[in-house]
Design a protein around this ligand. Sequence first.
Ligand code: SF4
Length: 577
Amino acid sequence: MKWIRVNMSDLSVKVEDVPKKYEQMGGRWLTSSVVADEVPATCHPLGPLNKVVIAPGILSGTTAPSSGRISVGTKSPLTGGIKEANAGAKFGQYLKRMGYSAIIIEGQPKNKESRYLLTVGKEKVELVDATEYKFMGLYELSEKLASKYGKDVGIASVGPAAEHLLAGTGVAFNDVENRPARYAGRGGVGAAFASKGLKAIVVEAVTGQANILNHELFETGRKKLLSALQEHAVTKPGGALNTYGTAVLVNIMNEAGALPTRNFSSGTFEGAKKISGEAMAEAAAKNPKAGMMGHRCHPGCVIGCSVIYPDAQGNSHTSVEYETLWAIGANCGIDDLDAIAQMNSMCNDIGLDTIEFGDAVAVAMEGGLLPFGDAKGAIALLEEVRKGSPLGKIIGSGCGTVGKVFGVRRVPAVKNQGMPAYEPRVVKGIGVTYITTPMGADHTAGYSIAPEILGVGGKFDPHTNEGKVKLSKDFQATTCFIDSTGCCVFTAFAILDIPSGFEGMVEACNAVTGANWTTSDAYNIGLNILNMEHQFNLSAGFTSNDDRPPEFMKLEPVPPHNMVWDMADSELDSIWK
Ligand code: SF4
């Protein structure tokens, strides 16, 4: 395999053989390894010493089901620690089929006003001037790039908020229909990408399949994984994710009293039903021309959890996810689905992470900048972010910054990253994940909601602390491996309950890499990735004090269960023993 090394200081592009050490790696394993090996842990995340590593998973570009994830790794401008965020898109599939396992972007151009575009083709990889696209919204950029390079290309791009170098920004990957709606969203990876002077990367479309060493073994593994996904109630065709999208969780979490509402001051939202997956499915059924349930972020996903929501005017809003409905909805006291979908599309266009934006607005609401429930005010704030006004820059920098500026004590963040859509005082295992993951508060790092709320992969009482450190650790290690395969994290629902599915995933990886891993090897690989990421953070200056919840969660009981965070710090620290 090869990788592409782009030096933005001298604008050189090199295609290199992947060193032996990295040959079997993909996705998060590869991005975190290169960042750990090549980025000085104490460097400035927006400076020339940081690097951005973009890597498809081990199985990306093959016919393994739901395996088209692409990882973006860097030192995070939001947390100051190591970061990996991933998205589902054709981009990584094309890259892998072309024989590339990663793109490494390093250095920084002398002229901060210039913008560049990296084009990756079968014949040529080159940097071209893209200053004409500076501060352009991503929908317009996508159209322009599609008309120049063809609408089947894979595109990674950053919006104006990232070009303002704001820490609440992500990298957009275009979906199957060329919409810039699939985000490696968290941790400010967009700002790190933009700090390199890059506006976008365009990858030529490639059909066929990525290189496989053992086709027979691959087919055996692929079929086992596929049948697990098609059998499980959550992931099967017509299953929960396919029917209502990830937004199926709005009503479930609300009923559990764990849907953080009005800046984490309550666990239930009276407007939940209005912003639920069921409400979106009803709207999509009424207007099938503009709306769709079961959309797929990349070719080859067999789950299809994505939603295209049609608003009252018939506009289509792509990828309206549970986390967004919660962040901009319940957490800001907004129950207007059309307004939330509009803000979702605006965030996609501007380049903002919807979770960090929702957390930032909710903290601003608590700080008195605007009232809870003020959708128009929140939309106006997005325009400020797009412009890069002083207020817009504060909002786009995340909830931690907003809390400091507006003197708000209730800031739901760990390692300065805003918490996602699950109340950790009520669901303790996901709290351990938020607090201990090297990524900053991140639900996808170890989704213990599966056994704690959904009864998938076992059954745990969400309200108790017992066994939750081990539960989170097991989920975090397994997730590290899944994030390295290129498989969507939602495959975990099926492989947790159907062991042959996990076996199939590992066998397919063996067929691609020539390895001979067992499922317990896969767990240990995940654990090693986790420890490597933790070590990077320690080298960057983190201590156990960074593995702590925000103080208000220890002091303020959250209704309706009136629970506080009550796990001992020493128990949290035991995760690294
Ligand atoms: S399950 Fe959803 S997020 Fe995952 S790969 Fe499929 S469409 Fe994308």
